[in-house]
Design a protein around this ligand. Structure first.
Ligand SMILES: Nc1nc2c(c(=O)[nH]1)N[C@H]1C(S)=C(S)[C@@H](COP(=O)(O)OP(=O)(O)OC[C@H]3O[C@@H](n4cnc5c(=O)[nH]c(N)nc54)[C@H](O)[C@@H]3O)O[C@H]1N2
Ligand SMILES: Nc1nc2c(c(=O)[nH]1)N[C@H]1C(S)=C(S)[C@@H](COP(=O)(O)OP(=O)(O)OC[C@H]3O[C@@H](n4cnc5c(=O)[nH]c(N)nc54)[C@H](O)[C@@H]3O)O[C@H]1N2
Ligand code: SF4
Ligand SMILES: [Mo]
Length: 714
């Protein structure tokens, strides 16, 4: 059936004399469905797919600039093998695919023989077709250590959500909400699904009240009705005090908690016993007790409402319980999975791309690393602890590491320790688009294709079940290959070739789609599949031990933690020598450290900066637009300063991205901006092992050289 939109796509293709390929953007993890217009092998235009509920046609600046990745001269073109010992600055030579994969297969066989298969780990952030590596390295080779996106990201949020609701990634039904509290979640800066940003703005227009809890007056706080400038690492105290007000004021949803929650009465006693009152929280959070009471009452009495978190609360060692406490506001007010709430999204019924018989699968002989490390509640790898395994053999030796679509040398805290880890590995393989800093520390660097050059079928990030697809739109760069071809070729070298029988991507695509009520051909035509959006799953029972929302967490108790969230101080506090708390936030014009070699985005935002409150700036002689030194007990960086009103005094905020030799061979990115991740020591959440990027104290003073007159835009 032709619609106005398909006609538009056809008309655009005709005008541009181009072929249109339905695809998705994967510059950030939100995978907006797109239409890519290709003429003579080049992308001449691209836009959002307006029929997709996910982004309804919109794209952000990062997505619009993303075509550059297909033409960037700095892209990796060939497999590369290291020619000098690890630990020294990496030198590489071009290798054939055959030689590179022979090398990897040989090392994998040696590691398995000497140390066992669990001595190989796999980690990634963006996970393009990662599932293929998993089937080979987990199912056939036998390592239980296949990790993905969250290891460097919102580990604490995920564990809070999983233990409470049995769901890993609720979506935000802003559009139907009347009251939204965002805790350190900067949707309008560090954008998540574009439909979420749109719906948040639309909800505001319809009268929804937006409260942002953040030490920084972020892009989202600037659009909010109220900004609560909380002290860093204090969210747990604020949320617990709000729960106290709601419960003591009899403002909770009695019927909902009695039917659907486990442990409500115990929670009331717990809050009383611990004395988690607004007066107790005021000096910890910096928010007046009266304001805490008012916001708590407003939240409980305005329906529908939502309390949501992402990274902010999890930047600290007390982040796991802080996250639980923020989500408990939803639970006690009965605001879960109804219109206007956090929705416990249904996933699409995607199948595996290969069929490996059960009797061919290897049975791992050891617990996965996160369990052996003592973090059974971790949803992913506690990756700041990976160096302990590699360097010290604790909890057991790891000798081989695959890194795909991730740059841990730049992205994890404590760069020194991460680099040291690579020097200890017998096999380090980095699958990349560029010669990243992590690639430079590796033995083998494999060039992968970008989302414009390969196929992939994934779960979509809309609030209903959704499948999104990308398909090859342009020629591959050099000899780069997609993961499904790399894994097939490696499997053949390892004697597992028969399990990867596909000749073209459509062969595995059919398998992935076999339970989705849409054919692969239709998917290629439409670019996405969207199922029915549902609410009200809580009464059906949740995948928690009790089937209910676990206010009292059995999983926490079994793992040796307090079953109710407790308040604890974060680990690193400023002192006389290092009087400021380091915090971080993302850049709206870049995604993490992916986009800094893109000249279009670098023209808008060519370097990152540190924000400092006006009072602190005066105290330390810092001028707006000047360069400063940010120094911790461990390291120091030189970075542009921005003096702002809207930041809690006593902390500084580094916008994350850019820095040192970033994109080791990237001609645009190199030397622009500053990189803060070596300022921190390794601090991890005791519950999940999450990276604690903000556990760091610093001092700030003017650098010698003044800033140039680059335009200052966010
Ligand atoms: N434009 C853009 N979009 C992105 C990304 C990007 O790099 N750029 N990255 C993507 C990724 S991987 C992720 S994980 C998400 C992240 O999405 P968000 O979590 O929304 O983004 P961050 O900027 O990390 O937000 C952290 C916020 O927490 C605040 N904060 C710091 N300490 C505290 C605290 O103690 N309490 C509270 N309440 N807040 C605190 C910071 O000031 C900051 O505003 O964004 C995704 N989208
Ligand atoms: N100081 C500080 N550190 C942080 C954060 C912070 O806010 N402050 N944020 C943290 C967060 S939330 C996250 S999620 C992590 C993310 O950190 P990482 O795990 O490092 O992930 P990214 O920055 O997303 O991407 C890293 C690499 O993926 C490569 N890449 C991009 N697309 C592809 C592809 O299609 N295929 C392949 N093979 N490679 C590709 C890019 O070239 C890039 O080198 O950083 C964390 N680190
Ligand atoms: S939000 Fe993410 S996926 Fe969507 S267009 Fe922007 S960068 Fe691409
Ligand atoms: Mo992230």
């Amino acid at each position: 059936m032709a619609t106005a939109e398909t006609d538009l796509a056809a008309e655009l293709a005709r005008i541009k004399q181009a072929r249109v390929v339905k695809s998705f953007c994967y510059t950030c993890p939100w995978q907006c469905p797109t239409e890519v217009y290709v003429r003579d092998g080049r992308i001449v235009y691209h836009k959002g797919n307006a029929r997709a509920p996910n982004n309804i046609g919109s794209r952000c600046a990062k997505g619009m600039a993303s075509w550059w990745v297909t033409e960037d001269p700095d892209r990796l073109k060939y497999p590369m093998l290291r020619t000098n010992p690890k630990g020294e600055p990496g030198r590489f030579r071009r290798a054939s695919w055959d030689e590179a994969l022979d090398f990897i297969a040989g090392k994998l066989a040696g590691i398995k023989e000497q140390w066992g298969p669990e001595a190989v780990a796999f980690t990634c952030h963006h996970d393009p077709n990662t599932v293929f590596y998993w089937h080979l390295l987990r199912d056939l080779y036998g390592s239980p250590n296949m990790y993905t996106h969250t290891s460097g990201c919102e580990q604490d949020r995920r564990s809070a959500c999983l233990t409470l609701f049995g769901h890993v990634f609720p979506m935000h039904d802003f559009i139907n909400s009347r009251y939204v509290i965002l805790w350190g979640m900067n949707n309008l800066g560090a954008n998540q699904g574009l439909w979420e940003s749109r719906e948040l703005i639309e909800a505001k227009k319809r009268g929804c009240k937006l409260v942002v809890v953040d030490p920084n007056f972020t892009e989202t706080a600037q659009k909010a009705d109220e900004w609560l400038p909380i002290r860093p690492g204090a969210d747990g105290a604020l949320a617990l005090a709000m729960c106290h007000v709601i419960i003591e004021g009899d403002l909770f949803d009695r019927d909902f908690v009695s039917r659907h929650c486990e442990g409500f009465d115990g929670f009331r006693e717990h809050l009383r016993e611990r004395g988690y009152t607004p007066e107790w929280a005021e000096p910890i959070t910096g928010i007046e007790a009266g304001r805490i009471r008012r916001i708590a009452r407003e939240f409980a009495t305005t329906k529908p409402a939502m309390s949501a978190i992402f990274k902010g609360s999890g930047y600290y060692t007390n982040g796991a319980d802080a996250g639980r406490a923020c989500y408990l506001l939803d639970a006690i007010c009965g605001e879960v999975d109804k219109p206007g709430n956090l929705v416990l999204k249904d996933w699409a019924p995607l199948g595996a791309p290969v069929e490996i018989p059960e009797d061919a699968k290897a049975a791992p002989s050891k617990d996965p690393l996160h369990v052996a490390m003592g973090y059974p509640l971790a949803p992913d790898l506690p990756n700041s602890r990976l160096p302990d395994a590699v360097i010290d053999g604790n909890p057991y030796p790891v000798k081989g590491l695959f890194v795909q679509s991730s740059n841990p040398v730049m992205s994890d805290p404590n760069r020194d320790r991460v680099k040291e880890m690579f020097a200890h590995l017998e096999l380090a393989v980095t699958c990349e688009l560029f010669m990243s800093e992590t690639a430079l520390e590796s033995d083998v660097v494999l060039p992968e294709t970008s989302f414009y050059e390969q196929a992939e079928i994934r779960q979509g990030m809309w609030k209903g079940p959704e499948v999104v697809l990308c398909q090859p739109a342009v020629e591959r760069v050099g000899e780069a290959k997609p993961a499904y071809e790399i894994v097939k070729a490696l499997a053949e070298k390892m004697g597992f070739g028969r399990y990867f029988p596909y000749e073209k991507w459509e062969d595995w695509g059919e398998l992935v789609m076999k339970d989705v009520p849409m054919s692969l051909d239709e998917l290629k035509e439409q670019g996405f599949w969207a199922g029915e959006m549902r609410y009200h799953r809580v009464p059906e029972g949740l995948p928690t031990p009790s089937g209910k929302i676990e206010i009292r967490s059995k999983q926490y108790e079994d793992a040796g933690f307090e079953p109710y969230p407790v308040w604890s101080e974060r680990s690193v506090k400023p002192d006389a020598d290092f009087p400021l708390q380091l915090t971080h936030s993302k850049l709206s014009m870049h995604c993490n450290i992916i986009t800094q070699n893109n000249p279009l985005l670098m023209e808008i935002c060519g370097e990152n900066w540190v924000e400092i409150n006006r009072a602190d700036a005066a105290k330390y002689g810092i001028e707006d637009g000047g360069y400063v030194i940010v120094e911790s007990p461990k390291d120091r960086i030189r970075i542009l300063a921005r003096v702002v009103e809207g930041l809690v005094p006593g902390c500084v905020s580094v916008r994350h991205g850019h820095g040192f030799g970033h994109w080791a061979m990237g001609s645009v990115a190199r030397g622009r901006g500053a990189h803060s991740n070596n300022l921190m020591e390794t601090h991890t959440s005791p519950v999940t092992g999450a990276n604690c990027y903000n556990e760091c104290k610093v001092r700030v003073y003017p650098a010698q050289v003044r800033a140039d007159s680059r335009p200052r835009r966010r």
